[in-house]
Design a protein around this ligand. Structure first.
Ligand code: UD1
Length: 306
């Protein structure tokens, strides 16, 4: 089979592309290398079944070329930062909404069977009705979330209007190798591992009782593969269905690294969600249980990589 992975040099996209190549598929990676990086593609050096197309999803002719002859598209490219979307709603909309529309049009016109799109738990906003079901109304609280909600509507429309199969995967808190720890808004696990590994202090915003539903990147790859092969079209949570508090997380990372770091507590971040937990029934019923990796095992593998 031939697959396109947009954002294929990024954290999640590069793992999807690598898994596809490992399974013997031919892969076209589309990435503008704005946040993706060449280090994430070292595994592709000299692999003839992988083609890297450098360019943006805002360029539809580039996407038409990438989609020619493809069976499926994994759409991971995005300006994935909430604060960047707040600072530049127009610029992030151009990539996250117009770019996604280009991906859907290019896939439709090339006769691609299915597009699996990266969506986000951000779509739920600060919703206290835990565990969060896909049937809850979206409550976007940032331009980024509003753009991801719009992606879901477009995906559904392309299925209804043009018969292009689509599944939108609402990722919860994904972690693992290749996640960049360098920004203050990077995933908390990448930041904590970066600091704790060298014994530097970590900061917990709030009292550390806030929870997240963390999922290891290989499990997210499994969800993508199964979604591509499934006939189900719609929105699906991708999460472990487990709540872990920040205090627990810090303790497990210290245990896994064998290091200890001072913990500084600071005021909660503005707009921070206190608890997050996914309902995973739809995931299990449509594409199967994907969270095979425990938090501790996922952390060990991430620490080994870092
Ligand atoms: C995540 C997504 C975000 C999305 C949101 C939807 C990531 C990186 N971000 O944000 O795009 O909009 O889900 O719900 O996946 N924290 C600390 N110390 C640190 C860093 C973070 O205490 O040094 C805390 C945060 O305040 C937060 C928790 O850790 O309470 C998780 O933070 P983070 O990894 O940034 O993810 P979310 O805030 O859940």
């Amino acid at each position: 089979m031939r697959y396109v992975v947009t954002g294929g040099a990024g954290f999640i996209g590069s793992h999807i592309a690598e898994a596809l190549a490992d399974e013997g598929h031919s892969v076209v990676i589309v990435d503008d290398f704005s946040t993706g990086n060449k280090e994430n593609l070292r595994w592709a050096d000299g692999v003839p079944s992988v083609r890297v197309v450098e360019g943006s999803i805002t360029d539809i002719s580039l996407l038409r070329d990438a989609c020619a002859g493809a069976d499926g598209v994994f759409h991971e490219a995005a300006v994935a930062s909430v604060p960047r979307s707040v600072a530049d709603p127009v610029g992030s909309n151009a990539v996250n909404v117009d770019g996604t529309l280009n991906v859907l049009v290019a896939a439709r016109d090339a006769g691609v069977r299915k597009v699996v799109l990266a969506s986000s738990a951000a779509n739920y906003g600060d919703n206290p009705n835990l565990p969060l079901k896909e049937t809850e109304p979206p409550r976007p609280q940032s331009p980024y979330a509003a753009q991801k909600v719009m992606n879901e509507y477009y995906a559904r429309l392309f299925t209804e209007l043009y018969g292009l199969e689509t599944t939108c995967l609402r990722y919860f808190n994904v972690f693992g190798p290749r996640q960049d720890p360098s920004s203050p808004y990077s995933g908390v696990i990448s930041i904590f591992i970066d600091r704790i590994s060298v014994g530097d202090p970590i900061t917990i915003y709030g009292d550390g009782t806030q929870t997240r539903d963390f999922i290891y990147v290989s499990d997210v790859v499994r969800a993508n593969m199964r979604a591509m092969n499934s006939e189900y079209c719609g929105v699906v949570n991708v999460a472990g269905g487990r709540e872990t508090s920040l205090n627990e997380l810090a303790a497990v990372i210290m245990e896994c690294t064998g290091n200890s770091s001072d913990i500084r507590f600071d005021v909660p971040r503005e707009g921070d969600i206190h608890r997050s937990l996914a309902d995973t029934h739809r995931l299990e019923e449509t594409i199967g249980r994907v969270a095979e990796c425990s938090i501790a095992d996922g952390l060990s593998q991430t620490i080994a990589w870092s």
